[in-house]
Design a protein around this ligand. Structure first.
Ligand code: ATP
Ligand code: MG
Ligand code: MG
Length: 364
């Protein structure tokens, strides 16, 4: 079986690494030479809109998936004429625009931050009388890792914040005073079988995920599963999905979903019976899904811009290192390490060591 992937970055790489034991072969389409997944399969080097390469991808792959959510939907529709693409264009289309995404969530009675679409400074000024401060102004499309976002503390921030949008359509949303940020990762197969991972508790800094750790019997687990279940059903979703949530007291507020495997689920590689990557592949092949129970306490620390010396990281017992084989660049996700252990005390120590090492090497 050959799996085609749009994109050959670290998520594609981890999908391919999960697929090798299942005997799968991979073919990637990615415009960047020496992309980090490229040596794990066949690399079609070129633009995502290149019809010749798309035709070749559809001809050589049995099933196609993608590792990033900004794939133009027309490309999915084009590929889908010959070869099934999962998740569907519908999931992609809704998730690509923060307004259609939030409208979709609210139509399902899922709570979100208060929000308003804005496409001019006047509209922003008007919207702020309803939303109130503090708030966040975000581009509707193409944002990731907190890029294209400005926090609004008072009316004085409006001019410069609107300028930062460069006239792109935007959304302004009320700042949610969350106690915790969590994400729920789930996988749903072509036949409709669903598995949920334990909630991941996530720490961000400057809009970028830094640390994700699994939870044990989280009181909000059932609520989160209920929310994601209505999303999965409404989209007739196939594959792994990640839903980012804010926890406020005993209530969950949806932030956004990603129709793909997710950074906050990297701890599942060593920390779960079956990883989010393996379950994504099983789901799109319509195979039985693997169980998602955690193997003890598990956490993942991202390394951004620079990576601590491997010798240092690997000297920590029960730590696993994943280097993405990417050139170092400021603000770029280059690697992560997972800690997994049965001992809560050791877990706490490992997280402390990993976050300290990350802080020393981080340049963002
Ligand atoms: P990602 O890389 O997760 O796709 P993104 O660029 O789409 O990121 P968001 O997830 O919308 O951005 O925001 C990034 C982070 O900023 C959130 O994880 C959260 O920490 C903070 N944030 C965003 N929106 C809000 C909000 N309305 N209230 C409070 N914090 C927020
Ligand atoms: Mg996002
Ligand atoms: Mg996010």
């Amino acid at each position: 079986m050959v799996i085609g992937i749009l994109g050959a970055g670290q998520l594609a790489r981890m999908l391919a690494l999960a697929g090798k034991p299942l005997g799968l072969k991979f073919i990637f389409l990615d415009p960047t030479p020496n992309s980090c997944a490229a040596d794990l399969g066949k690399h079609l080097l070129g633009d995502y809109t290149n019809k010749t390469l798309l035709t070749q991808l559809a001809a050589e792959a049995d099933i196609i998936t993608y590792e990033f959510e900004n794939v133009p939907v027309e490309i999915i529709d084009y590929l889908n004429q010959n070869t099934p693409v999962y998740p569907s264009a519908k999931a992609l289309l809704i998730g690509q625009d923060r307004i259609t995404e939030k409208t979709f969530l609210q139509d399902l009675d899922i709570a979100t931050a208060p929000y308003a679409p804005v496409s001019s400074l006047e509209e922003l000024q008007q919207a702020m009388s309803d939303i109130g401060y503090p708030a966040i102004l975000k581009t509707r499309r193409l944002g990731y890792d907190g890029k294209g976002q400005v926090v609004l503390q008072s009316t004085q921030d409006l001019d410069s914040a609107w300028e930062a949008m460069k006239n792109a359509p935007a959304v302004v949303e009320g700042f949610v005073p969350f106690d915790r940020e969590v994400s729920l990762i789930a996988s749903r197969s072509v036949s409709g079988e669903v598995v949920y991972y334990p909630l991941s508790e996530n720490t961000h800094h400057k809009g970028i995920l830094r640390l994700a750790k699994n939870t044990q019997n989280d009181p909000l687990q059932a609520q989160a599963e209920g929310i994601i279940n209505s999303i999965l059903t409404a989209l007739d979703y196939v594959g792994t999905i990640a839903l980012e949530l804010f926890a406020v007291d005993d209530k969950l507020i949806a932030n956004e979903f990603a129709p793909r495997v997710h950074n906050s689920g990297h701890w599942t590689i060593e920390g779960s019976e079956t990883s989010q990557f393996e379950n994504h592949l099983r789901a799109i092949m319509d195979m039985p899904l693997g169980t998602t129970n955690s193997l003890g306490y598990a956490a993942m620390q991202n390394f951004i811009g620079r990576v601590p010396a491997s010798k240092k990281l690997l000297s920590l017992s029960q730590v696993h290192l994943h280097l993405y084989d990417k050139a170092a660049r400021k603000g770029r996700k280059l690697a992560h390490a997972t800690a997994r252990t049965e001992s809560l005390e050791h877990f706490t120590d490992l997280i402390e060591s990993l976050t300290a090492l990350a802080r020393q090497s981080d340049d963002s």
